[in-house]
Design a protein around this ligand. Structure first.
Ligand SMILES: *[C@@H]1O[C@H](CO)[C@@H](O)[C@H](O)[C@H]1NC(C)=O
Ligand SMILES: *[C@@H]1O[C@H](CO)[C@@H](O)[C@H](O)[C@H]1NC(C)=O
Ligand SMILES: *[C@@H]1O[C@H](CO)[C@@H](O)[C@H](O)[C@H]1NC(C)=O
Ligand SMILES: *[C@@H]1O[C@H](CO)[C@@H](O)[C@H](O)[C@H]1NC(C)=O
Length: 485
C-alpha cells in the first residue's frame, strides 16, 4: 500500500484516504473535556537511544543512614535469620547483615513492609519457590449483610492457590442477627471467636439439636445438614473452616432462594397451602439479616419430633472453651479431634498458645495439609518443601496460613503478647512428626554420622514430643535462655 504524507493527504484528500490525524499518533486523541491540555501520547521521536538527548543527572537513590533506623538484630549475620521487628523503626529498610544496603527508595507500601519483615528481608536460609502461604482476612472482600446485620469475608483457593484442602470464612453477626437457614456441599467446622450464638439443626432422621455457644466453643455441621446461627444479645464473631479449598460463601443453599427458585404453585402444593401464604417472602437472599431476639431460655426453642434429639455422641457442638489446656513450658495446647468430637470425623485441630519468644517446635503432618488461623499476637512460620525450598511468612491476628502435607514448619511467637493460633487438619486424629522426637528416638551414632554434632547435644534430645519450646522474648539475640525463662 502506498503511504501518503500528511501534507499530501490534506491537500489532495481523496475520499478513500485516511484522515490526516490518524497518521500522526500525537494528535490521535479524542476530544478532551473543558480545561484539558496536552496530548495523551508523546512523539515517536522519543523512541530508543538518542545521542542528542541529555539525560538529566538524578539525585542519588541510596537512602542515607541518617534517614532510617535499623531494628535490633538487623545487623546480624543473615544466616541466623533473627526476627527483625520493623513495626516501630523509622523508615524501615531491607538491610541485612553488617551493611547499609540494600535500601528501598520507593515506591512502596511501608505498612506491608513493617508487618512482613520476613518477606521484605528474608532470612538467607530461605531458598527457591514455595507457594504463597499467608493470607490476611483484612484483604478479603467483605460482604455486608442486610441492614447492618453483619458481614463475612472468605479465604479459598482464589486467595491461596495451594490451599486446596480447606477454606475459611470469618463472619460477624450483630446482636440477634441471623445467618440464614442454609446448607452446603461441604462440611463446616466453626470456632466462636467472640460473643454468643445459638445454633440449631435437623438431621436426616428428623432428630434435632439446639445449643448456645460462647467464645472458644466449636460447632460442626456435616455436608448437607440444614442449620441456622443466630447471635444472642452480645452479638458474635466466628471462624468457619470447610473441608474443600474451593468452598465459596457465595455458593451456599439458602431457604430464601429455595422458595424463590421454585414455581409458586409447587411451593404452595408442597406445604399444602394457598399460594397467597408466600406473598411476603423476601425478594432476594436474606443471607445475613436482622432478627428478633431469641428467648433467653433455650428450652423455648427446643423443637423435637418423634425421633427426638440428636444423640449426645453425635451432636454438632463441643464446649471447647471449657476444656482445660495441656500446659508445657512456653505455652499451652488443646486438641479436639474425633476421639472426643466424633461427628467432626475429618476435623482434627489444635488450639495453641505461645508465650513471647516460645515456638511450636519444628514438625510436619503425615496425613493432611494444615490450615492455620491466628487469633492473637504475631508469629512467623517457615515452610520447608522438598527438595530444597523454604520460605518464611509473617502473621498477625486475623490472618490465615496454609502448609501442604508433609512440608515441615514451626511457628514462633515474634511479638510481645501471647500468640494464639488454631491448626486445622483433615484427619481422623490430630498427629504430627516432631523433629525433636524423631532425632531423640534415632540411634545416637546415626544422628552423629549425619550431623557431626557432639555427644552433649545428643544427650539432650528428648524421646517425647515437647510440642512447644520456650525461648527468650528478646529475639535479637541467640541467647535463647534469657532472663525471662
Ligand atoms: C470481643 O469484642 C470486644 C468488644 O468489641 C472486644 O473488646 C474484645 O477484644 C473482643 N475479643 C477478642 C478476643 O477479640
Ligand atoms: C430438648 O429436649 C430434649 C427432650 O426433652 C432433651 O433431651 C434435650 O436436652 C433438649 N435440648 C435442649 C437444647 O434444651
Ligand atoms: C509491643 O510491641 C508493639 C509493637 O512493636 C509496641 O508498639 C508496644 O509498645 C509493645 N508493648 C510493650 C508492652 O512492650
Ligand atoms: C544468656 O542470658 C542469661 C540471662 O541474661 C545469662 O545469665 C547467660 O549468661 C547468657 N548466656 C550466654 C551464653 O550469654
Amino acid at each position: 500500500m502506498k503511504v501518503y504524507g500528511a501534507a499530501v493527504l490534506l491537500s489532495v484528500a481523496p475520499s478513500w484516504a485516511l484522515p490526516a490525524h490518524q497518521l500522526d499518533p500525537r494528535v490521535n486523541d479524542p476530544p478532551g473535556p473543558p480545561g484539558a491540555s496536552g496530548n495523551l501520547r508523546g512523539s515517536e521521536a522519543l523512541i530508543g537511544y538518542d545521542p542528542s538527548n541529555n539525560v538529566p543527572k538524578e539525585p542519588s537513590t541510596v537512602v542515607p543512614p541518617e534517614d532510617f533506623t535499623l531494628a535490633p538484630g538487623q545487623s546480624e549475620d543473615a544466616d541466623l535469620g533473627l526476627f527483625i521487628d520493623l513495626l516501630d523503626v523509622k523508615n524501615p529498610q531491607p538491610i541485612q547483615g553488617g551493611t547499609y544496603k540494600p535500601t528501598d527508595p520507593g515506591p512502596r507500601t511501608e505498612a506491608y513492609d513493617r508487618l512482613n519483615s520476613d518477606v521484605f528481608i528474608p532470612p538467607s536460609t530461605d531458598s527457591g519457590e514455595v507457594p504463597q502461604s499467608m493470607w490476611p482476612f483484612a484483604l478479603s472482600h467483605n460482604r455486608h449483610g442486610l441492614a447492618g446485620a453483619g458481614w463475612a469475608r472468605s479465604q479459598n483457593v482464589d486467595q491461596l492457590p495451594s490451599a486446596t484442602g480447606m477454606a475459611g470464612v470469618n463472619m460477624r453477626l450483630e446482636p440477634h442477627a441471623y445467618r440464614e437457614l442454609h446448607w452446603h456441599k461441604e462440611a463446616e467446622w466453626a470456632l466462636m471467636l467472640n460473643g454468643t450464638a445459638r445454633i440449631a439443626a435437623v438431621n436426616e432422621q428428623g432428630q434435632t439439636m439446639q445449643d448456645d455457644l460462647a467464645a472458644g466453643d466449636v460447632w460442626f455441621f456435616p455436608a448437607g445438614i440444614p442449620h441456622s446461627i443466630q447471635a444472642l444479645d452480645a452479638g458474635c464473631e466466628f471462624l468457619l473452616v470447610f473441608n474443600d479449598g474451593t468452598f465459596s460463601e457465595e455458593n451456599t443453599f439458602l431457604l430464601s432462594e429455595l422458595l424463590e427458585r421454585n414455581p409458586k404453585e409447587v411451593v404452595a402444593k408442597n406445604f399444602r397451602t394457598d399460594v397467597s401464604t408466600f406473598n411476603k417472602i423476601p425478594d432476594g437472599q436474606l443471607w445475613i439479616f436482622p432478627g428478633t431476639a431469641a428467648p433467653a431460655d433455650i428450652q423455648q426453642q427446643n423443637v423435637t419430633g418423634p425421633a427426638g434429639s440428636i444423640p449426645k455422641a453425635s451432636t454438632y457442638s463441643y464446649h471447647f472453651s471449657e476444656q482445660e489446656p495441656y500446659r508445657v513450658p512456653g505455652g499451652t495446647i488443646k486438641i479436639l479431634d474425633p476421639a472426643t468430637f466424633p461427628i467432626a470425623s475429618t476435623f482434627s485441630v489444635a488450639l495453641v498458645s505461645l508465650e513471647p519468644g516460645a515456638m511450636r517446635e519444628m514438625h510436619w503432618h503425615t496425613t493432611s495439609d494444615e490450615w492455620t488461623y491466628f487469633l492473637a499476637g504475631r508469629a512467623r512460620l517457615t515452610v520447608y518443601q522438598a527438595p530444597a525450598s523454604s520460605r518464611t511468612f509473617d502473621f498477625t491476628a486475623g490472618s490465615v496460613g496454609y502448609v501442604p502435607m508433609p512440608n515441615a514448619h514451626y511457628l514462633e511467637n515474634v511479638g510481645n503478647e501471647t500468640l494464639t493460633f488454631l491448626e486445622v487438619l483433615q484427619a481422623k486424629e490430630y498427629s504430627d512428626i516432631s523433629v525433636n522426637q524423631w532425632l531423640g528416638l534415632t540411634p545416637k551414632q546415626i544422628v552423629k554420622d549425619h550431623l557431626n554434632v557432639d555427644d552433649a547435644f545428643l544427650n539432650t534430645l528428648p524421646n517425647v514430643k515437647p510440642f512447644i519450646v520456650p525461648g527468650n522474648p528478646d529475639l535479637s539475640t541467640t541467647n535463647f535462655t534469657g532472663d525471662a525463662l
